[in-house]
Design a protein around this ligand. Structure first.
Ligand code: NCD
Length: 362
């Protein structure tokens, strides 16, 4: 692993290692208190965040390292028009690892390809959020004892909910997974997740709008916030915002050991009357997230093997990405890079945002 842009940058074995390191850090934090002394994390947060940024900062400090960075672009040269590419090169000379959150899909990938230090994706638009997945995985591991043979329900904004995309990518590698996708039709999971994650891995899944009717079968229920900031129309958001609300009464229909996760912040999706139920694990995710970030940062900074990211099946400047949410839409000077998805249909996906494109016959 060189960067952590996608959860699949980590093998299953690396995830196991991070989990065991995080558990050791929880048991004996003093052992790690100085391991990154003299090292610096740069948190480049182009988009609002509370818990993720503070979690990264507190993680680095708990390892003895220090933190520089920004939160919001008003006071930075980004507001003068500096590109992600240039910012990454500049920051790589001042820090040892970058954690980047950006509203455009693929921005951390671009940073990773631009600079020589490890880059961590702290959330890119509605695309991916691998370190939230690390928090989710440690929580599932501690509560359920492992990842096999679980039925997971994901509920709410499955279209823009980046944490859902990364979690499914991670869980698809474990045996016996079943998935229930609970969303209104406007907020269904994107095709790239359905095709490249669920179908490619032969994961049985159902798509439904029926929340209460789905509860009885679940081992894990992953609630999400409707992502107001990503809607093109406020009217659609207003219509959908309270579509699923979990409360103590509804959870009577779920199993006694069905854990409830939520990446937070919650708006209305989980009523506070459920918070004292032992199945409510959303605040535990915050705790676990800090230790998983500690394990990840330590691993990346000590690895010393960063090389330029390039896949073997990539083509450059042959296809053009037309997704307006992709970093290629704002960062005009960069190459459009696609990786092969299916040679039979000549379909490719943008390496930044997964948008599909078909290579025309010659
Ligand atoms: C999530 C995110 O930013 O995607 N929050 C987080 O990182 N804990 C979920 C959300 O904002 O709804």
């Amino acid at each position: 692993m060189k960067d952590c842009i996608d959860i699949l940058d980590l093998t299953k074995e690396e995830i196991d290692d991070l989990i065991h390191t995080a558990l050791d850090m929880i048991a004996d934090p003093a052992k790690y208190a100085d391991c990154l002394r003299g090292k610096r994390l740069a948190t480049l947060f182009y988009e609002p965040s509370t818990r993720t940024r503070l979690s990264f900062e507190s993680a680095m400090q708990s390892l003895g390292g220090s933190v520089i960075g920004f939160s919001g672009i008003q006071q930075t040269s980004v507001s003068k028009g500096e590109t992600v590419h240039d910012t990454a090169i500049v920051v790589s000379q001042l820090a040892d690892v970058i954690a980047m959150r950006h509203n455009m899909e693929g921005a951390p990938m671009l940073a990773a390809r631009s600079c020589s230090i490890p880059v961590i994706n702290a959330g890119d638009g509605g695309h991916n959020h691998p370190t939230q997945t690390l928090a989710d995985l440690l929580t599932i591991y501690r509560e359920k004892g492992g990842f096999e043979n679980l039925t997971i329900g994901l509920c709410g904004d499955l279209k823009y909910g980046r944490t859902v995309h990364s979690l499914l990518n991670a869980m698809a590698r474990y045996k016996g997974l079943k998935v229930v996708l609970i969303a209104p039709k406007e907020l269904r999971i994107p095709d790239w997740v359905k095709e490249d994650v669920l179908e490619k891995n032969n994961i049985p899944y159902v798509e439904t709008e029926d929340f209460e009717g789905s509860l009885a079968d679940l081992d894990v229920l992953y609630m999400t916030r409707i992502q107001k900031e990503r809607f093109d129309s406020l009217e659609t958001y207003e219509r959908l915002k309270d579509v699923y609300i979990l409360n103590a009464e509804k959870m009577k229909k779920a199993k006694d050991d069905c854990i409830v996760l939520h990446p937070l912040p919650r708006v209305n999706e989980i009523s506070t009357d459920f918070d004292d139920d032992p199945r409510a694990c959303y605040f535990k995710q915050v705790y676990n997230g800090r230790y998983m970030r500690m394990a990840l940062i330590r691993h990346l900074v000590l690895q010393n093997e960063k090389t330029f990211r390039k896949g073997e099946d990539e083509i450059t400047d042959v296809l053009h990405c037309t997704n307006p949410r992709c970093i290629t839409a704002t960062e005009r000077s960069i190459h459009h890079v696609f990786r092969l998805r299916d040679p039979k249909t000549r379909t490719y996906r943008c390496i930044y945002c997964e948008a599909e494109a078909v290579l025309p016959e010659k």
